[in-house]
Write a protein that binds this ligand. Structure first.
Ligand SMILES: [Zn+2]
Length: 74
């Protein structure tokens, strides 16, 4: 099984407009400049606190990758 991985990004207006402006798990609002995490297994964005919760559950299988390309959807 492939390990679950989160891509850490800073929310941009583009992501909020084209992808989502709420966390996929807690439905909390995401604002420009917020730190968000893209879940590569479930294909959605989650907020910082949900990502931490997921990571705690997944333990060692969880991997966080910092996005250096400037966004998956740009
Ligand atoms: Zn959340």
């Amino acid at each position: 099984m492939m390990s679950q991985c989160f891509i850490m990004q800073t929310a941009t207006e583009d992501i909020l407009l084209k992808v989502t402006n709420v966390c996929a798990l807690c439905y909390g609002d995401i604002h420009v400049g917020d730190t968000i995490h893209y879940d590569t297994q479930r294909y959605h964005y989650v907020c910082q606190s949900c990502q931490e919760e997921q990571c705690a559950k997944l333990d060692a299988e969880c991997e966080i990758v910092e996005d250096e390309e400037g966004g998956l959807f740009c």
